[in-house]
Design a protein. Sequence first.
Lengths: 384, 167
Amino acid sequence: MPVEVVIKALFILAVVVGAFAPIITWVERKQSAVMQDRIGANRADVAGITLLGLLHPLADVIKLLTKEDVVPDGANRVMHLIAPVIAAVPAVVAFAVIPFGGIYVFGNTTLSLVVADPDWGLLYIFAIGSIATYGTIMAGWSSNNNWSMLGGLRASAQMISYEVTMGLSVVGVFMVFQTLKLTDMAVAQDQTFRLLGFLPLLFGMQLPVWLDWIRLPAWGLFYQPLGFVMFLTAIMAENKRPPFDMPEGESEIIAGYHLEYSGMRFGLFFMSEFIEVVVIAGLITAIFLGGWAIPYLSQETIIGAITPVFGLGFATGLCLLLHVLTFFLKVIVMIWFQMALRWSLPRFRYDQVMDLCWKVMLPLSIVNIFVTGLVLLVIQEAGR
Amino acid sequence: MSAPVVLFYAFAALAIISALGMVLNVRNTVASALSLVVTMVSLAGIYVLMEAHIVAAFQIMVYGGAIVVLFLFVVMLLNLRHDEFPPARQRALKLAGAGLALLVLVELLRVLSVDVPEAPPLPEGFGGYAQLGIALYTDYVLLVEVAGLLLLAAIVGALILAKRRID
C-alpha cells in the first residue's frame, strides 16, 4: 500500500511541478504576447534550437539558481530564509487529496487514483491554504522594508477575507453531493440528470419521453452555478494573481512581500504561484467540472462497451487512461481560463477587492446556501 | 513504540517547545505569534492521532489560520514595544499568570494521579463531519445558538465602534 501511495505522489509531483508549472510560465508569456500582438519569448536556444521558446523556463531556472541569495541588512534572518518554503510547500501538498482518476477494480485489487483520501478532503485543502498565508506575511514582515511590510499586511487581510467566502461558497456543493470527500464528489458527477426533471416534481405532470432525453452531466457547475463563480473568484483572490495582485502591486508597492528576495528564494514564490494555478484548476475540476468523468459516458458504459471486444482488464485499463486524460484536459482548460482572465481584466483597487468580498460575495454565498437548502428540502418532500 | 505513540510525543514536544517560545519571546512579538501557530498546528496533529479529524481541520483553519493572522495583522500595524506596558500593570499580569500556572499544575498533578481506564472502542464514523454535525445540532444546539448570539453581539459592537469613527 505505501509503495502505491509513493508512486501516485511522485506521478502527481512530476506532472504538476515537473511538467505543468514550467510549461505554464511559457504559456503565460506566449498568451500575453498573442493578446498584446507581440511575438513573445523566443530567444533562449540550445545550439540554435528554440522550440518556440519552450527553453525559456530552463533558462529561468538556471538564472535563478545562479543568482546571489541576498538577505537584507536588518532583516530577521531565520524568518527571511524560511518564508519562501512555507509559501511553497502548501501549494505542492494540496494536490494530495485531488483525485486525478476514478476507482478501478483489477481482479482482486482496487486502484483509487488519489494520493490521500480522507473523509474531510476539502477541509484539508482549506486548512493547508490557511497555512500558506504565513509564508507571505513572514516574507513581508521579515524583510525590514516598508513596501514589503505593506504587501504582507495587504496579503494577510485579503487572504483571510477571501478564505471566509471560499469556504461558504462551496457549502452548497457539500449539500448537493452530501459529502466532503473529493473522490465521492467525482463519482457522483459521473452521471447525468434530466434538465426538465423539476416540472413533474413541481406540477405533477407527465413529461413526454423525448424530454427525458434532454440531460446535463451531473456536474457541480450545473447544480451550483453561483457557487462556481464565487469559488473561482475567491480562490483566485487567494492566489494573489492579477486582477487580485494587491499584495504585489507592482505599480504601487514595487513588488510587495517578495521585494527583498533574490535568486531561487524569489523563484520559490514565483513557482508556488504557478503551482497554485494548477492546484486551483485541479480543485475546480474535481468539485465543479466532474473531475475525471467523461460527460454522457459513465465508467460502466465505457467498460461495458469495450469488455466484449478486448476483455475486462483491458477495458478497465483503457477507461483509467481515458479518465486521467480527461481530468488533465479539464485542468488545462481551467489553467487557460485563469491565464486569459489575468491578461484581460484590469486590476482592482484595494477597497474594491474588500468591497467585493464582504459586501457582495459573502451575502451572496449565504443566500446561495439558503436557497440550496430550500430546493433540497422541496425535492426531499416531493420525493416522499 | 508504535508510530502513533512516536508521533504523539513528537507533536507534544513541539507544542510545548513552541508554547515556551511564544511566552519567552518577549522582545519579538511577531516571532511570538508565529510560535503560537506552531503550537496550534501541533495540537491539530494530536487531534488527528485521537481520530478527531474535523476538530483538527478546524483547529488549523480557525485558530492556526484566521485568528493568529489577525493577531499578526494587529501586531504588525501597532508595532508594540516592550516599554509601552506600564510596569505596575505588568507586575499584576505576572502575578495573575503565575497564579493560573499554579492552578493548571495542581489540576495536572490531580489528573495524572488518577488511573486511566481502558478506552472503549470508537463508535462508527467517530470524529467525522456527520457525527459532529448531529451532535452539535441535537445535544448541544443550545450552546451553538448561544455562541451564535455571542458572535452577533461582537458584530454589532464592531459596527458601533466603526460607525463612531465615521460620524
